[in-house]
Design a protein around this ligand. Structure first.
Ligand code: SAM
Ligand code: DTB
Ligand code: SF4
Length: 328
């Protein structure tokens, strides 16, 4: 049963379940709702990099920190489509374009992004964008252009948010998510662990996600990538068990959601990633770059898939299954 009325104490009890029992329960839910042999491979591209006015303490692209990021203006549509087609040929079925913007502005750059969305949709990939805050009319325009998903992370709990970002509020985030929903675009919304938050903050974030009016179709769980020059550069490395615990709890709370093992895989062994899949993760980012930081190559991941008996998930699977049910 899909529930949106989880009590915070229920989330807390799940999260604090002894680890092997938690993994077992998450694996059971995962098996019931999803094909556990399938993992979706998604690819990211930073279409506009660096120079961002926001102060997100983790981010290599915030202009105010001195990081080594390669700043560039908005790419051309042709460059983006070429990159997407290569990712598709390598087995990726979802393509996410990221821009280091605080919010979308109604200008020529946005028009170009709309064209990119249409072009990538036409090659048969699930198109996702992450462009910062959106108004409802901008969300509508993206939907009309063929956008399948919009990524907008809550990152952490409402209480801890101000420690990480001061240039916008948690409510701003929730408002954009609502605009995305209303436009009929699927929601991709998750968080980062390793920001210095407590277990209670993680529990609260999972509770917020699992009690939204509809669960996000996609929940990325990122391990902080520590970036030199940012305020969080010296944070301790995320413990794999914390990652597994987050994924397992998310899986139990949101059985049908795609739970994405997102940033942080370069620091994880195949055995550690296997635990994440066991605990319910059913997607990764593939290709040797995330937005600005390294990620395992397609070749490395293919070897991992062969070893673990996993296969890449096709694009638009939910829609195909719904169409089949309609026919029956
Ligand atoms: N500027 C837009 C925004 O913030 O919504 C979109 C791009 S932003 C880079 C997308 C997401 O990447 C952030 O919400 C954050 O969750 C994630 N991210 C950024 N830097 C990260 C890091 N160093 N480690 C892990 N995740 C990170
Ligand atoms: C998400 O939750 N993680 C991705 C995607 N959504 C946009 C981004 C991870 C970025 C990691 C740091 C970087 O490469 O710049
Ligand atoms: Fe800008 Fe997004 Fe990075 Fe925050 S996470 S500094 S909004 S690019």
């Amino acid at each position: 049963m899909i529930r949106n009325n989880w009590a915070i104490t229920e989330v807390q009890n799940l999260y604090n379940t002894s680890l092997l029992e938690l993994i077992y329960r998450a694996a059971t839910v995962h098996r019931e709702y999803n094909d556990t042999a399938e993992v979706q491979v998604c690819t990211l591209l930073s279409i506009k990099t660096g120079g961002c006015p926001e102060d997100c303490a983790y981010c290599p692209q915030a202009a105010r920190y001195h990081t080594n990021v390669d700043v560039h203006a908005l790419l051309q549509k042709e460059q983006v489509v070429e990159y997407a087609a290569k990712a598709k040929a390598a087995g990726s079925t979802r393509f996410c374009m990221g821009a280091a913007w605080r919010e979308v502005r109604d200008n020529k750059d946005f028009d170009r992004v709309l064209e990119m969305v249409t072009a990538v949709n036409e090659i048969g990939m699930e198109v996702c964008c992450t462009l910062g805050m959106l108004t409802d009319s901008q969300a509508k325009k993206l939907a009309d252009a063929g956008l399948y998903a919009y990524n907008h992370n809550l990152d952490t709990s409402a209480e801890y948010y101000n420690e990480i970002i001061t240039t916008r509020t948690y409510d701003d985030r929730l408002q954009t998510l609502d605009n995305v929903r209303k436009a009929g675009v699927t929601v991709c919304c998750g968080g980062i662990i390793g920001l210095g938050e407590t277990h209670s903050d993680r529990i609260k974030m999972l509770h917020t996600l699992a009690t939204l009016p509809e669960h996000p179709e996609s929940v990325p769980i990122n391990a902080l990538v520590r970036i030199k020059g940012t305020p969080l550069e010296n944070n301790p490395k995320v413990d794999i068990w914390d990652m597994v615990r987050m994924i397992a709890t998310a899986r139990i709370l949101m059985p049908k959601t795609m739970v994405r093992l997102s940033a942080g895989r370069t620091d994880m062994s195949v055995a550690e990633q296997a635990l994440c899949f066991m605990a319910g993760a059913n997607s990764i980012f593939g290709g040797d770059k995330l937005l600005t930081t390294p990620n395992p190559s397609f070749e490395e991941d293919n070897l991992m898939f062969d070893l673990l008996g996993l296969k890449p998930r096709e694009a638009f699977k939910n829609e195909k299954e719904m169409a089949e049910e309609w026919k029956a």
